[in-house]
Design a protein around this ligand. Structure first.
Ligand SMILES: [Zn+2]
Length: 77
C-alpha cells in the first residue's frame, strides 16, 4: 500500500513527517509495517530505503546530543 506522507496521521511531540526519501529524494513510499507502538515503517518506492514515517525534529535531536555530550564529559572526569 502506498503511504501518503501529506495525509493526516498523529505526529508525535518533537517529531517531523518524512516527506521525501533521505537517500534519493523520492516522495512515494510503501507502508510495509506498523510497529507495536503505532509508528509506520515505510519503504521508498524508487530505491528501497526503509525508515520510520516520522523522525525527531532538529530541536529534539539537539537536545539528545546535548544530553549525550554532557554524559560523556561526566564519565571522563
Ligand atoms: Zn529513495
Amino acid at each position: 500500500m502506498i503511504f501518503n506522507p501529506t495525509g493526516s496521521f498523529s505526529l508525535r511531540k518533537g517529531f517531523r513527517k518524512v516527506i521525501s526519501c533521505d537517500f534519493c529524494g523520492y516522495n512515494e513510499f510503501f507502508n510495509i509495517a506498523e510497529r507495536a507502538d503505532g509508528m509506520q515503517v515505510l519503504e521508498c518506492v524508487r530505491c528501497g530505503l526503509a525508515f520510520l514515517g516520522q523522525l525527531p525534529n532538529s530541536d529534539l535531536l539537539s537536545s539528545y546530543m546535548k544530553k549525550t555530550i554532557s554524559r560523556k564529559k561526566i564519565k571522563q572526569k
